[in-house]
Design a protein. Structure first.
Length: 455
């Protein structure tokens, strides 16, 4: 396996034998080198075979793709674009400015241009943008021998041969069959004899996010894509779905962390764009935390009468925030992989209510023991009413943790129902919400327990 330094040396020599070695690199190795070494990236792609370059091109970062295509000689750029799979070519072109797309479309072969224009005509974020029209379609009256002959003639032009798709005379999908079923029967067997009419199809207008769970739950390498009338338009393959899942997972993690999705690798995003992506949420969270000061001001008299209560404010609000952050992260992930939806809200509420109550009780007991031990062994003097202080902290922790757990679990489901992004209910956002309400719960419990003594 060649190191990055080896690749640099090969590019400098300009020998035919070196170019052969370059074409033996894996697509991922080529992309990794090009993403990290701008100067050698163009030369590397210039000396790769078009098909090999096209396979590596889809692994490049969006900005790197555009930079390389613009820097390559026109004839080489044309070769790579025409060698790319239609779905990969569409994914690249849809990120470019409209004027530049028009120029690139001109250099495609008529067939590739027609395919690309058709794919670009579908709504952004739809399955239509993700599919490829390269597949093998067969008729039910054909024999297995005829199907295998067709594969030998057309197999190189398709993206996958794992699944073959049966259509009628109008192009309507009526079944999909694994290629192994054709290899284990008599060559004279007709397609209709091995059909089971059990298949899963994607609608061309469906959201791309829905595809991830379908592939995950059905263990498929490829799924057919049809229009509203059931006509077969193309297929979606696993490699595209895996890249989509990685992109969506990255966006959700970034949002859960309390920032906008970066939409590009951290190592290449410009500094001021990184600041802009993070500053908005920080300002919103800061303004939210200002309500904490407002809440403390409302209970200023209680704090002045029982200063000991102020010692436990960080403990109370952080426990509520932590429990809320835990719950929101768990629920958002469960929603992302299709385990739960809004229809499961009551079941989630019941489960998280019980969880929050038990977790709050555990922390409440720990908080009570903390005060008891410190008072008992003279590590700190909480005053003559230390028992009421301990009881206040105990029950406040139960209430705050319970509220934090319920808030963190319900907020993502409610946002999803309202059509918003559940990941917007990020851990910092839930923590901020629970900080404010946690103070209200804490001092309300303190007023009930200590009324007539410290308050």
């Amino acid at each position: 396996m060649l190191s990055f330094n080896d690749i640099k040396n090969l590019l400098q020599h300009n020998k035919i034998t070196d170019f052969v070695k370059l074409n033996k690199l894996t697509p991922r190795d080529i992309a990794d080198f090009a993403n990290r070494h701008s100067q050698g990236a163009v030369k590397l792609f210039q000396n790769l075979e078009p098909k090999h370059a096209a396979r590596a091109f889809k692994f490049l970062r969006k900005q790197k793709q555009e930079s390389i295509i613009k820097s390559l000689p026109e004839e080489k750029a044309v070769e790579i674009l025409n060698a790319m799979n239609p779905d990969d070519r569409t994914a690249f072109l849809e990120e470019l400015p409209g004027n530049y797309v028009k120029e690139l479309l001109k250099v495609l072969t008529p067939e590739n241009r027609a395919e690309t224009l058709e794919l670009l005509g579908y709504m952004e974020g739809s399955v239509g943008r993700l599919m490829t029209p390269d597949y093998v379609a067969i008729k039910m009256e054909e024999t297995c021998q005829e199907v295998l002959t067709l594969i030998r003639h057309r197999g190189q032009a398709t993206e996958t041969l794992n699944w073959l798709f049966v259509i009628d005379e109008k192009g309507v999908l009526i079944d999909d069959i694994n290629i192994k079923d054709f290899l284990i029967v008599d060559p004279g067997t007709r397609v209709s004899q091995i059909m089971d009419h059990q298949f899963i199809a994607l609608n061309v207008n469906n959201a791309q996010k829905e595809v991830i769970n379908l592939f995950r739950n059905n263990s498929r390498y490829a799924l057919p894509v049809t229009d509203n009338n059931g006509v077969l338009l193309g297929i979606v393959t696993l490699d595209d779905v895996l890249r989509l899942a990685e992109t969506e997972g990255t966006r959700e993690i970034q949002k859960i962390g309390g920032s906008e999705a970066l939409d590009e690798p951290y190592t290449t995003i410009p500094f001021f764009r990184l600041i802009r992506k993070r500053a908005g949420w920080l300002i919103i969270l800061f303004l939210g935390e200002m309500l904490t000061a407002t809440a403390m001001g409302h209970f200023q008299d209680e704090i002045s009468k029982a200063v000991v209560l102020a010692l436990f404010i960080p403990l109370i609000i952080s426990s509520g925030g932590n429990s809320g952050s835990q719950a929101s992260s768990i629920i958002i992930r469960a929603m992302a992989i299709g385990e739960i939806g809004f229809r499961d809200a009551f079941r989630v509420l019941r489960k998280e209510f019980s969880s929050g109550l038990v977790l709050g009780l555990i922390l409440g007991i720990v908080g009570f023991l903390r005060i008891f031990i410190w008072q008992r062994f003279h590590l700190y003097d909480y005053g003559v009413h230390w028992m009421k202080v301990a009881i206040t902290v105990c029950f406040a922790l139960i209430g705050v943790v319970l509220w934090g757990t319920i808030s963190g679990s319900m907020l993502p489901l409610i946002l999803k129902k309202l059509g918003a992004d559940p990941a917007a209910s990020s851990a910092p956002f839930v923590a901020t919400l629970v900080d404010v309400t946690g103070l209200v719960i804490y001092f309300s419990v303190a007023y009930i327990v200590m009324s007539g003594t410290l308050l």
